[in-house]
Design a protein around this ligand. Structure first.
Ligand SMILES: Cc1ncc(COP(=O)(O)O)c(C=O)c1O
Length: 464
């Protein structure tokens, strides 16, 4: 690395460290003119000094949502730890090819060990395995591919039916589509009052499909729905799956991290009954994108679905305990994604990580309690797994007016850079939703956010 690049990189690192300021805009979207000027910068011209290009890159990245800001409450935020960022620098700096043992035996041994540890914490048996993937969508696709391959003979795939709930993440249907299933082969089962998959309705749907000559083959349970943080009844679904010979895929992209919580891990009891499990580290394990895991009850199932051979790979043969992760999933070339999670966990230790997860629960409970103290706020779904949904409902507003009001409240909070809760739809109504997993946010931040929300809600609705 020449001196110019080294100096520019050193300066950039100190600015990146300072960039975590709370004063910056939480949501910043490029204007049409800026977007046009960025597009104009996309294609290369003559080479330029590195510092000038870094300056452009910083202007470009300024136009983003700060998903790691302690007052960003939308989607599933990504309050990435600075440790993960250092782990990512190591990964990118060494740029190991984590496809094969030969090319990356050190990081592969860590991936093996970390997957075994996570599987044990999830309650999966010996013989379980898995791999790191880019995130929940790829993890769901991988788990569902195993379901297809193990449960449906190729000539019967057109008769297969997979069961999800109305609250299952959209990536599951996308993954089933990639695997060749048609929309009519995905059955959306109703949820109960707590927005958990209704197991009786699932049993009825399976029976009806069998009567109609279909082949039910998989059920997807959610451990932490995106809308409300609900956890399906994992044991009841696992019992039904065993009885009906269905593959049980658990989407724990968000909620599986609770298995590492200090005080709440009992909530996710039953995770270990999954045949396959999605678990994202770039959500509640504080990693930079894209870092997810798919865990499976029997690692041989991954090999049976994904292993390939090619003459040009023959010098990188795997051994019994020296796997080639390219045989476990879709990707051949892949970064050593496990290393940043490993680095973070090594520095933090398990107990501090568990406390950071517990903190998210506490913030959601604080938020719910603060809303309950104020008039006209209805809690739509109580604090669950760091998520609360709520709606401002002053009198003399019809349903449509309340929808517009709640959307306007979220927009005003963002425009004022006070905080960024976003909205979702539940029971056909617009509701505000807050996901509170930032380890940097405090209970008093959360109460202050509720006061700001209430002030804006009253101002917009004209309530004194
Ligand atoms: C429950 C759940 N499953 C799957 C996903 C998709 O994960 P990713 O965005 O990492 O692909 C998400 C993303 O928010 C999610 O909340």
């Amino acid at each position: 690395m020449n001196e110019e690049i080294r100096d520019a990189a050193r300066d950039l690192l100190s600015r990146l460290a300072a960039d975590r300021s709370r004063r910056e805009a939480i949501v910043s979207i490029a204007s049409a003119e800026e977007a046009a000027s960025f597009r104009g910068l996309a294609a290369p011209g003559a080479g330029r000094p590195v510092a000038a290009v870094i300056a452009d890159a910083e202007r470009i990245f300024a136009r983003r949502v700060r998903m790691d800001h302690p007052r960003f409450y939308g989607f599933i935020p990504s309050p990435a730890s600075p440790l993960s960022f250092i782990g990512e620098m190591l990964t990118s700096g060494y740029n190991a090819h984590a496809g094969s043992w030969m090319q990356s035996s050190g990081p592969a041994a860590i991936e093996q060990g970390l997957i075994a540890w996570l599987a044990e914490r999830a309650g999966l048996p010996d013989g379980a395995g898995g791999l790191f993937v880019s995130g929940g969508s790829m993890a769901n696709l991988t788990g569902l591919m195993l379901a297809r391959d193990r449960m449906l003979p190729p000539e019967e795939r057109h008769r297969g039916v997979a069961y999800v709930s109305t609250q299952t993440h959209s990536s599951v249907a996308k993954g089933l589509g990639v695997l060749g299933f048609l929309p009519g082969q995905i059955r959306k089962v109703a949820v109960d009052a707590d927005r958990r998959l209704d197991v009786a309705a699932l049993a009825a749907a399976v029976a009806a499909d069998r009567d109609a000559g279909k082949l039910p083959f998989a059920v997807v349970a959610s451990c932490g729905t995106t809308n409300t943080g609900s956890i399906d009844d994992l044991h009841a679904i696992a019992d039904l799956a065993a009885h009906e010979r269905l593959w049980l895929h658990v989407d724990g992209a968000y909620g599986a991290s609770v298995a590492l919580s200090g005080s709440r891990r009992a909530l996710v009891d039953g995770l270990g009954r999954a045949d396959s499990l999605s678990w994202d580290a770039h959500k509640w394990l504080f990693q930079t994108y894209g870092c997810g895991m798919v865990l499976v009850r029997d690692r041989m199932h991954l090999l049976e679905s994904f292993a390939t051979s090619a003459e040009y790979l023959q010098d990188a043969a795997a051994g019994d305990d020296t796997p080639n992760f390219w045989d476990y999933g879709v990707e051949l070339t892949r970064p050593a994604r496990a290393m940043k999670l490993w680095f973070t966990l090594q520095v933090m230790g398990e107990r501090a990580l568990g406390a950071a997860i517990d903190h998210g629960f506490m913030l959601a409970e604080t938020l719910e309690a603060a809303l309950r103290e104020r008039p006209h706020w209805r809690i739509v779904s109580p604090a669950q797994l760091g998520i609360v949904t709520f709606r401002y409902e002053p009198p003399h507003h019809d349903a449509g007016a309340l929808d517009r009001l709640n959307s306007a409240i979220a927009r005003r909070m963002i425009d004022d850079n006070a905080a960024a809760p976003l909205t979702t739809r539940l029971d056909d109504a617009v509701v505000l939703r807050a996901c509170t997993i930032s380890p940097e946010a405090t209970a008093s931040d959360t109460r202050a956010m509720v006061a700001e929300l209430d002030a804006r809600a009253r101002a917009i609705a004209g309530v004194r």
